[in-house]
Design a binder for this molecule. Structure first.
Ligand code: SAM
Length: 317
């Protein structure tokens, strides 16, 4: 951990685990970038939210409009195939809760990849997402009906909040949101020491990545990915966050069927099935499957998953 925004967030535009259509993935900007291949789930080719240090990239409107992709039932269905967050993420989150009550607000909760495992470990989690299909999927998934967990289908900027919250979590979601309105909504509902944590995760060190990039370049609806964008820096530069720390989890191994690995790409905004013809989707799947099959054992791929957390004190404009 350290006191500034981490290199991962800086190099990774929109949240971890995403596809870099340029083929020079920098999810983990370590010495050997070629070996550290991740994928930009949300922005396989789209422009980014807001303004980076290097200048305007796109408008916030672009992003908030793109976020409606998550309201497609097929995207919510494919989402179950994304790898889970490493357990260490939840240990880190619990360490960041210092106030009572131990209530958590999960913004852009999706189908609860963070909210569901967190709920039994805290007093309560309010999981907010404006996608009805994502919330419906979350309710059906393990832990989705835990008594400590409340779901709400609403844009975060207009949500009914029931704080005070000792922690706010944003897993691969904050880049989709209108920041001024979002922070204005949540800041009055925080405990004195509450932190907002931006969390990203995904696979690293994929030897098949160059082959996957071919499929992404061919079919992604995003063509101008900026690997130097850092969402946490951008929020800080808007005067909405006082960053206080970062952490990267230890790598964990995750085994996944080839078909599920291929399918999870369709849970991204730029590779959603509804954005493609059936022929395009089939072609994408074939290219990816052929790239990964040589590395599978008994039909399973071995993925190495890491997460990065970046947190700070949220401020209202
Ligand atoms: C990539 S998913 C992340 C889901 C979950 N946090 C996770 O880590 O798996 C992003 C989610 O943010 C939601 N979202 C985007 N903009 C939103 C907004 N303004 N208010 C509420 N939810 C939003 C989308 O519907 C989507 O479910």
């Amino acid at each position: 951990m350290n006191g500034s925004t981490c290199s991962y967030m800086r190099a990774h535009p929109l949240a971890a685990a995403d596809v870099d259509p340029q083929g020079k993935n920098q999810m983990f900007p370590l010495n050997d970038r070629r070996k550290r291949a991740g994928y930009d789930r949300e922005h396989v080719g789209r422009q980014q939210n807001s303004v980076s240090r290097r200048g305007p990239r796109s408008t916030l409107r672009d992003m908030t409009e793109l976020a409606v992709t998550f309201q497609q039932p097929a995207v919510a269905e494919a989402y179950q195939h994304r790898p889970p967050y490493p357990d260490e993420v939840f240990d880190r989150l619990l360490e960041l809760i210092v106030d009572e009550p131990r209530r958590v607000l999960d913004i852009g909760a999706g189908e609860g990849a963070l909210a569901r495992p967190l709920a039994p470990r805290v007093e309560h989690v309010d999981a907010i997402d404006f996608s009805e299909p994502m919330v419906a999927a979350g309710k059906r998934r393990p832990g989705g009906d835990h008594p400590n967990l409340s779901w709400q289908v609403n844009p975060i900027e207009a949500a009914d909040l029931d704080g005070p919250y000792a922690l706010v979590t944003a897993g691969a979601s904050i880049h989709w949101m209108p920041w001024e309105e979002t922070f204005a909504r949540i800041v009055p509902h925080l405990t004195p020491n509450a932190q907002l944590v931006v969390i990203e995760h995904g696979p690293v060190d994929m030897p098949w990545w160059d082959g996957v990039v071919q499929a992404i370049k061919k079919h992604s609806r995003k063509k101008n990915h900026d690997t130097n964008y850092n969402v946490v820096d951008a929020i800080r530069d808007r005067g909405l966050l006082d960053p206080t720390g970062t952490a990267r989890t230890a790598p964990v191994t995750y085994h996944q069927k080839i078909a599920d690995y291929v399918e999870q790409f369709h849970s991204t905004s730029s590779l959603a099935r509804d954005l493609m013809t059936p022929e395009e989707a089939a072609d994408f799947d074939t290219i990816v499957e052929e790239a990964v099959r040589p590395y599978a054992h008994d039909g399973l791929l071995e993925l190495t998953i890491q997460a990065e957390l970046s947190w700070g004190r949220p401020l209202a404009a």
